[in-house]
Design a protein around this ligand. Structure first.
Ligand code: 13P
Length: 253
């Protein structure tokens, strides 16, 4: 089994003090064979980068601009994220889609912009509870995936097509009600099939992660599924003990 990827999305949580407490506890806990990524709020990226040093933990942004530079007050370009040591950037998180009205088109632009800057996008997809109950899950997720490839097709640049997809059902985020491992696995297979319709080579190798109320108690059951290449963790990533236990489970399964 290829190594799993465990990503901490701190969202808009934390403080300088919290960074000083949490990061050493994660960096000092070595889990060979698992790729760990920390995505703190942008304001803390530089200090987290300094604390990570040469440890086998990677840094990611939680968002980036659709643009490269210019008069876009408050925005952060993917190149700037690279400047402070990021290898990854989360794009299309459902909180950005819902609270900041990011459309599939906007997410597609961010996707291409991130790869042009040499970052690895972590592309979030997932349906709301209402969409699931109306039987729209496949349609919604296919649309989210298609928009990434549409944006690529519209771009004239040649990029290194390295990215991750995180399946995060919106109804499972921050609710304590995770998807079942079976449901997550079935949806991952559906996602891989859709990617294959666009690019068979990418579909063979791309890692698809699950996110939504993952914690140290349920993580192992997700990692038993070969289709689940890792996890994107919100709440539990703010607790070093929980996050490290999840990393350990990812290594052992
Ligand atoms: P929770 O783990 O808090 O449910 O958040 C998941 C998430 O949104 C990670 O991006």
């Amino acid at each position: 089994m290829d190594s799993r990827i465990i990503i901490a999305n701190w969202k808009m949580n934390g403080s300088a003090e919290m960074v000083a407490n949490i990061v050493p506890a994660i960096v000092g806990f070595k889990v060979p064979g698992v790729r760990s990524v920390l995505c703190p709020p942008a304001i803390f990226l530089r200090s987290v980068a300094e604390m990570i040093g040469s440890a086998e933990v990677f840094l990611g942004g939680q968002n980036c601009s659709t643009e490269k530079s210019g008069a876009f007050t408050g925005e952060i370009s993917p190149e700037m994220l690279g400047n402070v040591g990021c290898r990854y950037v989360i794009i299309g998180h459902s909180e950005r889609r819902q609270c900041y009205f990011e459309t599939n088109g906007v997410v597609g632009k961010k996707f291409v912009n991130a790869m042009e800057a040499g970052l690895i996008p972590i592309c979030c997809v997932g349906e709301t509870g209402e969409e699931r109950s109306k039987g729209l899950t496949r349609e919604v997720i296919n649309g989210q995936i298609d928009s990434l490839f549409t944006a690529l097709g519209e771009s004239t640049s040649k990029v290194n097509l390295e990215f991750l997809i995180a399946y995060e059902p919106v109804w499972a985020i921050g609710t304590g009600e995770s998807a079942s491992p079976d449901l997550a696995s079935e949806t991952h297979i559906m996602i891989r099939d859709r990617v294959a319709q666009h690019n068979a080579v990418v579909a063979e190798t791309i890692k698809i992660l699950y996110g939504g109320s993952v914690n140290e108690k349920n993580a192992g059951s997700f990692f038993e599924k070969g289709e689940i290449g890792g996890a994107l963790i919100g709440g539990a990533s703010l607790k070093p003990h929980s996050f490290n236990e999840i990393r350990k489970l990812a290594a052992g399964a």
